[in-house]
Design a protein. Structure first.
Length: 297
């Protein structure tokens, strides 16, 4: 009998039967939080993601997610069906079908065709699709924020938890954060007021998407969705597109949603994202001084 790798017999009881042994897939990046397998099942091809607890425990990204948003990853995997169902209902992109999951352990979803998007080969159509996807996701507004299946933190807690998280991550980070930068960021963080929160993806990268014929075809990694400030998503987008692409992004994003003014939050959110190692950047000055591209027209 062929078994799913690294899953107990009890966990496999209700899963689709494997037709042959699962095939291990290479990790997309060094700090991947899961090990991946392609599974040929009686119900069609699927992807099995099994938690790599060692990487998760060492991850500054998940440290930040769990401290700031109370994401409770990977325990939160038991509720991830909510994420798949909601994002599939609002995004114009294909989202894998949720099959099964277990807290602290695994996620099984349908397999979607397409190639991983490469950051150096981004077409204008992809930028437009990203704007469309985020604009639609950002229409789902909540007055509370935090983990996706249960946003329970009040707006008043954002300017409290944000500087607390930045301070803790800065103390632990391999790069020493100059006092003037940290002091300014903490001061600005305490002054930020947010009254609406939307689905955001703090690990937003091009390699989370699939593409076919130079177009985005699917979003396949949904583990990090939380409810948070729209502006945090947009500050991260500025690192994914150049100035010319930003003009396109703004044009299409604003068909769905008003573009936030990032002036008062850009510095703080940039430092947070650096400390969470979202794009693997190690040069603080280059990261913090990147030319802003998403300014309201």
């Amino acid at each position: 009998m062929v078994s799913y790798p690294q899953l107990s017999q009890q966990q496999q009881k209700t899963l689709p039967k494997l037709k042959q042994a699962a095939i291990a897939l290479p990790a997309l990046f060094e700090d991947s939080s899961h090990r991946l397998w392609h599974c040929d099942t009686a119900d069609g091809p699927m992807i099995l993601k099994v938690c790599d607890h060692q990487h998760i425990e060492q991850s500054s990204f998940w440290d930040g997610m769990n401290r700031l948003f109370e994401a409770k990853f990977p325990d939160s995997l038991q509720h991830i069906a909510t994420t798949y169902q909601h994002i599939a209902s609002v995004s114009p992109l294909n989202i894998p079908n949720y099959i099964a999951a277990a807290a602290n352990d695994f996620v099984l979803t349908s397999w979607l065709q397409g190639d991983t998007v490469k950051a150096e080969k981004i077409s204008d159509k992809m930028v437009i699709q990203l704007a469309d996807h985020l604009g639609r996701c950002h229409q789902s507004v909540q007055s509370r924020w935090g983990r996706f299946h249960q946003p329970h933190l009040s707006a008043e807690q954002w300017p409290i938890r944000l500087p607390e998280t930045i301070s803790i991550l800065a103390d632990k980070h391999a790069v020493v954060i100059p006092e003037r930068i940290l002091k300014n960021a903490l001061q600005q963080a305490r002054a930020i007021q947010v009254d609406q929160f939307v689905p955001i993806m703090p690990d937003l990268r091009w390699d989370q998407f699939l593409q076919q014929q130079d177009q985005l075809s699917a979003l396949v990694d949904l583990d990090a969705f939380v409810y948070g400030p729209q502006a945090l998503d947009l500050v991260l987008v500025e690192y994914l597109i150049d100035a010319r692409q930003a003009t396109l992004f703004k044009q299409y994003y604003q068909r769905h949603q008003v573009l936030s003014d990032l002036t008062e939050v850009r510095f703080v959110y940039r430092l947070l994202l650096f400390l969470m190692n979202v794009l693997g950047e190690t040069q603080l000055e280059a990261w913090m001084t990147r030319h802003p591209s998403l300014t309201p027209s």
